[in-house]
Ligand binder design. Sequence first.
Ligand code: HGY
Ligand code: MN
Ligand code: MN
Length: 408
Amino acid sequence: MTANKERIEQHIDALKQFTATPGQGVTRLTYSKEDLQARNYIKEKMTEYGLAVSEDGFGNIFGKLEGTLSDAPSVIVGSHFDSVPNGGAYDGTAGVVVGLEVAALFQELQLKPTYPLEVIAMVEEEGSRFGGGLMGSRGMMGLLSEEDFYDLADKDGILATDAMSEIGLDYSKEKVRSPETIKAFLELHIEQGPILEEKGIRIGVVEAIVGLNHLEVTVQGRAGHAGTTPMDYRSDALVTAAKLIATFPQIAKETGHGTVITTGRLHVFPNGANVIPDKVVFSVDIRSGKEKQISQARQQVDELLSAHNGVGGITISAEEQLFIEPKELDTELRRLLKEVSDELSIPYCSMSSGAGHDAMVLSDFTACGMLFIPSKDGLSHCPEEWSDAGDLADGTDVLFETIKRLVM
Ligand code: HGY
Ligand code: MN
Ligand code: MN
């Protein structure tokens, strides 16, 4: 039985319509109108494929096919369905669509599993609205306390709980899932890099995922008139922020191959062309496959910030939003994914992930396996992000076969 490429394509095409920036990529922020549209579509398909649909207190969506074994742990397949601003149609969504396709194949073949099969669509993996990232999976595994969740607000001060109520979600529902209820988690994701395409290989079996450390830095200066304030009377927050950010590439280089540091988000206050910036808030995203390199880079960033703190009327503070060490994925699942790829004569290679994924959270609680499929030109987190539906179908076939062996 092979996956239905047309059905996969339909899901991708349908879901990419749910964007706040039509014509400029997919912007689907958590608990937004676009989230609700995608959520309703996913739940409708889950029902159509014979799954019992539920949502937890974070708004993660579950579609369950009961097994013959009562109270048995589930094999979960899926990914996240939120996006970065002006992102692509495949990041996260591809994994949810493949999960739906696996369920559709179980239905078509009238397979009754021994262990339950669950398809999952998680919220706020990107952290685009509420910061941090991996929120749905961290929350589900009890790593985000209820009070921290209730304090979460977006940059406009809208509470996550209010945003949930706005789209009809009930945040008082059960949030934490006990690890005993999960047998394994499998996620297909686009590679988001150039390796598979360059090698001409259609499947990547992920061995490990980089660790990451997210900070938010606030540089506080003093506002003033752009015309009347002499240069040596200024405490210009943006000039200092620019000096800090410009130093990061050097720090990354010094801490060794594979360390990357990115500032992707920056807000200037009050953001007037004729006003000396009073405050700048920016993100720092440090990653490496080696935990030691992350700590070294973080130490150097901290030293840089303190060297500029208190100089020329500027104060600097940093808040850590997330730290996750590098994760190795489950050995047995990696072996099984390779064995199945071989049996299906689908060429694969082993690789590690430079992107973070929900699997890195779940891997502390259950066996996790990940598959990559090629990204055209290695592009992702942009409207040009594209993957071939044929590769998605191949990935589905490997996942379907692997999951069958885990649940039957
Ligand atoms: O940032 C990441 O690596 C992922 O896209 N959230
Ligand atoms: Mn992403
Ligand atoms: Mn992703």
